[in-house]
Design a protein around this ligand. Structure first.
Ligand SMILES: *[C@@H]1O[C@H](CO)[C@@H](O)[C@H](O)[C@H]1NC(C)=O
Ligand SMILES: *[C@@H]1O[C@H](CO)[C@@H](O)[C@H](O)[C@H]1NC(C)=O
Ligand SMILES: *[C@@H]1O[C@H](CO)[C@@H](O)[C@H](O)[C@H]1NC(C)=O
Ligand SMILES: *[C@@H]1O[C@H](CO)[C@@H](O)[C@H](O)[C@H]1NC(C)=O
Length: 538
C-alpha cells in the first residue's frame, strides 16, 4: 500500500517534471548509496564554456559559477561541474541526496535556460532472507512466511515454484508484501517458496522454503488380487490397501467388522475356506486422522447345509437349508450316498434350497449332502441328521420274587436318542438313578419299582412299573457260613503244606435258593504244585 502510494506520488512528479524539465532529461534519476550520478543537460557543447551555471538542491545552492565560483561546503570534493554543458556529477551519494535538483544556465550568447529533475538515491538490496514460523505442518493449519532484506524502498514479491503468489481468501500478503500468510494450508502448498525483493536500483532473492504438509488419509482403497468375483476354496488372495496420505498411512485390517492382528498395506489370505467381508483402515500419525475403506467381499465358492433352529426331534418340523456361493447355481440332494427320494413328509422350497421335513421321522436320520453346481465347479456340503426321539418302549428285566439275603438285579431299558437317564422309584420314593439296580434283598425291598426314563433333549419321559416280593428267612444259613470258614482253613493248610490243588472258581455270584454256593463251569484254574485237592460244592 505504502509503496503504491509512493509510486503514485512519484508518477505525479515525473509528469510534472516532464513538462518543465527544460535542459534536464525526464526524471527521476535513480542512483545507489555511495554511487555516482551525472545530471546531464541537453546542451550541445560549443568551443566556449557556458557563461554562468547555478545548481540547486531543493532551495539550497550546490554550486554557483558566475563571476564568482562558490561550492557549498558539504559538496566540496564530491561534485564536478562540466563547464561546456553545465552538467553536474555527484559522487558518494547518500539517501539524503534524494530530491529535486534545478539548474539555471546562461549559455554563451544565448538566453537563460532552466532545468529540473529528481534524483532518487536508494540503498542497494542485500541479504534477502525468508523464514517460516514452521515448515512441518498439518493440512488446514496456517503458516506465516516473512521476508527481510537490507536496502531501501523495498518491494516484495513471493514466488511459489515459478509462479507469483497472489492473494486469495486463504493467501494473505501483508506488511507491504513482506509477510505471506496461508490459512487452511493444502497439500499443494509445499512450495518451494522464494521471496524476491527489489527497488529501482537492485534486487535479490531469498533461499527457498519447502513446507512439509501432512495430510490425509484420503481415498482409502482396498483392492483384491487377483480381482475376481468368486474364489475357489483354497485360493490364495492378496488384499492391498492404499490411501493418499503424508506421511505414509498405517494400515489395520478387519474381517466382518472384527479387527485382525495384521497390519501393513498388504494382507495375504492363504488357503481361503470361507467368504468374508474385508476392510482396511488407514491412519496418519501426524494428522491423527483415519479412514476406513469400503468393505470388499471375498466370495468363496462353496456350499453349506444348516438346520433350522428347531430341534431335529421326531415329530418336529425341520428344515435343512443348502446355501451356496457362486454364479448360476443348481442343487441336488443325496441321502446316505444315494439320490434323495422325497417321502410324504418331505418337500422342497426355493428351488431345492430348503429341504423341509414336516414332520421329522425317526427314519429321516442319516447323512445328507447337497451338491451345488455352478458355472465354475461343483461343490458339496454334508450334514449328519441325528433324529432325537423317545424314550419309548421302556422295559424292565429282573426277578419278581426273591428271598431275604439274595442279591436281586433290576435292569431298565428304553429306546431313546440321545441316551435317556433312568430313575428308580420305590413306593413313591426315588431310590436310585441309573439303569441297573442291584441290592441284597431285605423285606423292606418289596414293592412296586417304577423305572422313570427321561430324554433331556426331547424333554419327554416314560415309565414302567415292576413288582418285587422279598420272602422271609433270608440270609446265608449258619451251615453255609461254617462251610466257607472251613474252606478257608483247608486252603490255608494246603498252601502251607506245599501241596497242590485245583480250585475251580465259582462263576455265578448269585446265591442260590438252596443256600449253597455253586461252583459251576471253571473259567479259571489256579494250579499249585505239591497238593492235590479238587474242591467242589461247599
Ligand atoms: C571553481 O572552484 C573549484 C574549487 O573550489 C575549482 O576546482 C574549479 O576549477 C573552479 N571552477 C572554475 C570554472 O573556475
Ligand atoms: C502453489 O502452487 C501450487 C501449484 O503449483 C498451487 O496449487 C498452490 O495453491 C500454490 N500455493 C500458494 C500458496 O500459492
Ligand atoms: C458381507 O457383506 C454383504 C453385503 O455386501 C452382506 O450381505 C453380508 O451379510 C456381510 N457378511 C458379513 C459376515 O458381515
Ligand atoms: C421351512 O421353510 C419354509 C419355507 O421357507 C418355511 O415356510 C417354514 O416355516 C420353515 N420351517 C421351519 C421349521 O423353519
Amino acid at each position: 500500500m505504502e509503496i503504491a502510494v509512493i509510486r503514485v506520488i512519484l508518477l505525479g512528479l515525473i509528469s510534472g517534471l516532464t513538462n518543465g524539465a527544460g535542459v534536464l532529461p525526464d526524471g527521476p534519476l535513480n542512483a545507489t548509496v555511495g554511487g555516482t550520478v551525472t545530471l546531464t543537460t541537453t546542451l550541445t557543447p560549443t568551443e566556449n564554456p557556458v557563461f554562468s551555471v547555478i545548481w540547486r538542491f531543493g532551495d539550497k545552492n550546490i554550486i554557483t559559477l558566475t563571476n564568482t565560483n562558490t561550492t557549498a561546503p558539504e559538496y566540496e570534493g564530491r561534485i564536478t561541474l562540466f563547464i561546456y554543458t553545465g552538467s553536474l556529477e555527484l559522487r558518494n551519494l547518500a539517501l539524503s541526496d534524494s530530491g529535486e535538483y534545478t539548474v539555471t544556465i546562461l549559455p554563451h550568447g544565448a538566453a537563460e535556460l532552466v532545468g529540473r529533475t529528481t534524483l532518487n538515491v536508494y540503498e542497494p538490496i542485500d541479504s534477502v532472507r525468508a523464514e517460516a514460523n514452521s515448515t512441518d505442518l498439518v493440512e488446514l493449519s496456517s503458516v506465516r512466511l516473512s521476508c527481510s532484506s537490507s536496502g531501501s524502498s523495498l518491494s516484495f514479491l513471493w514466488m511459489n515454484g515459478s509462479s507469483e503468489v497472489t492473494a486469495s481468501d486463504r493467501v494473505h500478503l501483508t506488511d507491504g508484501g513482506s509477510t505471506l500468510t496461508i490459512t487452511n494450508v493444502l497439500c499443494y502448498d509445499q512450495g518451494p517458496f522464494r521471496c524476491n525483493v527489489s527497488n529501482p536500483v537492485s534486487d535479490g532473492t531469498s533461499d527457498t522454503i519447502n513446507l512439509i504438509i501432512s495430510y490425509g488419509p484420503e481415498n482409502t482403497n482396498l483392492k483384491l488380487s487377483p480381482s475376481q468375483e468368486y474364489f475357489e476354496k483354497g485360493s490364495n488372495i492378496s488384499l492391498s490397501c492404499s490411501a493418499v496420505s503424508r506421511p505414509e498411512a498405517h494400515f489395520n485390517w478387519f474381517l466382518n467388522g472384527e479387527e485382525l492382528p495384521d497390519t501393513g498395506p498388504e494382507l495375504r489370505l492363504v488357503n481361503v475356506q470361507e467368504s468374508g467381508n474385508y476392510s482396511c483402515r488407514a491412519s496418519n500419525i501426524k494428522t491423527l486422522r483415519s479412514e476406513t475403506s469400503v468393505q470388499s467381499r471375498v466370495s468363496v465358492l462353496g456350499a453349506s447345509i444348516t438346520s433350522s433352529p428347531n430341534l431335529p426331534s421326531e415329530g418336529n418340523s425341520v428344515n435343512l437349508t443348502c446355501d451356496a456361493v457362486g454364479p448360476s447355481i443348481t442343487r441336488k440332494w443325496m441321502k446316505d450316498g444315494s439320490d434323495l427320494s422325497l417321502a410324504d413328509n418331505m418337500m422342497f422350497y426355493d428351488v431345492n434350497r430348503v429341504l423341509s421335513f414336516q414332520p421329522l421321522k425317526k427314519t429321516d436320520g442319516g447323512e445328507y449332502s447337497c451338491h451345488v453346481s455352478n458355472t465354475i465347479n461343483t461343490v458339496e456340503a454334508r450334514y449328519i441328521m441325528v433324529v432325537n426321539y423317545g424314550p419309548e418302549n421302556v422295559q424292565i428285566k429282573g426277578d419278581n420274587e426273591t428271598q431275604r439275603g439274595q442279591t436281586f438285579t433290576l435292569t431298565c431299558s428304553a429306546e431313546s436318542e440321545p441316551s435317556a437317564s433312568y430313575t428308580w422309584i420305590l413306593n413313591g420314593k426315588e431310590i436310585y438313578s441309573s439303569a441297573v439296580y442291584t441290592k441284597s434283598a431285605e423285606p423292606s425291598d418289596s414293592g412296586n419299582y417304577t423305572c422313570q426314563v427321561m430324554n433331556s433333549v426331547t424333554m419327554r419321559s416314560s415309565s414302567k412299573v415292576h413288582g418285587l416280593t422279598v420272602t422271609a428267612g433270608g440270609g446265608l444259613s449258619a451251615g453255609a457260613i461254617a462251610a466257607i470258614i472251613i474252606t478257608c482253613l483247608i486252603v490255608t493248610a494246603a498252601s502251607a503244606a506245599g501241596g497242590y490243588y485245583i480250585y475251580k472258581k465259582k462263576v455265578n455270584n448269585k446265591p442260590q435258593l438252596n443256600n449253597t454256593v455253586q461252583l459251576q463251569q471253571p473259567n479259571q484254574e489256579h494250579v499249585y504244585e505239591n497238593a492235590s485237592l479238587v474242591y467242589e460244592n461247599v
